[in-house]
Write a protein that binds this ligand. Structure first.
Ligand code: SF4
Ligand code: SF4
Length: 248
């Protein structure tokens, strides 16, 4: 017993410095994409030819665009065409679906600030019920690590709960397969009002590589990625209930 306590003391605090320190991102991390202002329709065609996802790339109103809600961040487009680069901007969570679309020539980026009074009324306390609706398990695993000492999201008042009746929001992962549709609808219905639907990962946002089932309600927070990096998820969840951008 004494040795076990001594060993714990020697280990010290295992929680990372993020936040408020910078997240420790891997060197090959792919964050918010950036498209050059002079990206042509031909460039987009070259990128589309290697993109495994339908509808992630497009050319609208004379501008190339990349939909982070469909993108699986595989990086193939950047290998095929120098007009797109993936930055280390990890703050990818947004409150409106259209804000996931990145347009060519974007100079600066700041994540959106929460203005929904019902979300702000939570004041940082956010209980989530995870529904894994046919995903590959990577989104679920990277959400799971947020509860470990390394990330410790409970220090911000955010936690996963067992019952939807104790939850403020459904944390949805996966494209909503046919066999999970009823379970998702029933779980969402069991969450007390006011309630929110959070879509995490390309599958939950758009179906990603798969056909998407029916979502039980409008989505209140979109967290793109395949899977979203834990830093992306934690920052988005913190920003969801506060009217500020990190650092607070
Ligand atoms: S990074 Fe996204 S847009 Fe680029 S090829 Fe992969 S899925 Fe398509
Ligand atoms: S978004 Fe990617 S990581 Fe997440 S469940 Fe779908 S395929 Fe898996």
């Amino acid at each position: 017993m004494f040795r076990a306590l001594l060993s714990r003391l020697k280990e010290g605090c295992r929680t990372g410095a993020f936040p408020p320190g910078k997240p420790n991102l891997p060197p090959d991390f792919r964050g918010r994409p950036k498209l050059a202002a002079d990206t042509t329709a031909e460039d987009v065609d070259a990128m589309k030819a290697v993109c495994p996802v339908s509808g992630a790339l497009g050319f609208e109103e004379g501008k190339a665009c990349l939909d982070m809600g469909r993108c699986i961040f595989c990086g193939r487009c950047a290998e095929a065409c120098s007009k797109v680069v993936f930055t280390d901007e990890y703050r990818l969570g947004v409150f409106r679906r259209e804000d996931l679309v990145v347009r060519a020539g974007e100079e600066t980026y700041e994540p959106p600030v929460q203005t929904d009074p019902e979300a702000l009324a939570l004041k940082g306390s956010l209980a989530l019920r995870e529904v894994s609706a046919g995903g590959c398990a990577a989104c679920e695993l990277d959400a799971n690590v947020l509860g470990t000492p390394a990330w410790d999201m409970a220090r911000f008042g955010i936690s996963f709960v067992a019952s939807p009746r104790h939850a403020d929001a459904i944390y949805l992962t996966g494209p909503v397969s046919e066999n999970m549709q009823t379970a998702l609808d029933k779980t969402y219905a069991a969450v007390p009002e006011p309630k929110f639907l959070i879509a995490a990962g390309a599958c939950a946002i758009s179906g990603g590589l798969y056909a998407q089932g029916h979502l039980p309600a409008a989505t209140s927070l979109y967290i793109p990625g395949c899977p979203p990096h834990p830093a992306t998820t934690l920052e988005a969840l913190i920003r969801f209930t506060r009217g500020t951008i990190w650092p607070l």
